[in-house]
Write a protein that binds this ligand. Sequence first.
Ligand SMILES: [Zn+2]
Length: 138
Amino acid sequence: MGFENFGTVSFTTEAKTGDFVDYLEQGKVMTTKCMACGGYYFPPKMDCPSCFDSEIEWVEIKDAGKLVTYTVVHYGPAGFEDDAPYVLAVGEFEGGGLKIFGRLSKDIEGSDIKSGMGLRVVPSKLPGDRIAYEFIKA
Ligand SMILES: [Zn+2]
């Protein structure tokens, strides 16, 4: 599978990192780690942006991280109009070596959202058999 069913709006159907979507379907949020220099990247990249090596391994992001910053979106862009309001956030994982941009789960109360709070990144099912990932409370 490629990226046809990823996210609310797909911007691409094929990518070298298509396995990312298969892993989401299996309940795992995975990313890539460069075997040459040890760098983690998200979204996953099959060629290391630091050392340009292509020896990459997939690793699961299962440990809790923390919320770095966030913003509440009141007017969604095309394709996201009906989702607003929602919260976009940056989470920090793997001891700070991996920053992930994504949405906070709507299950988190607005008054509970605080920078530094514990987060996990998990797959999230969207309407129409689509899939993405989101942050939940750790
Ligand atoms: Zn590298």
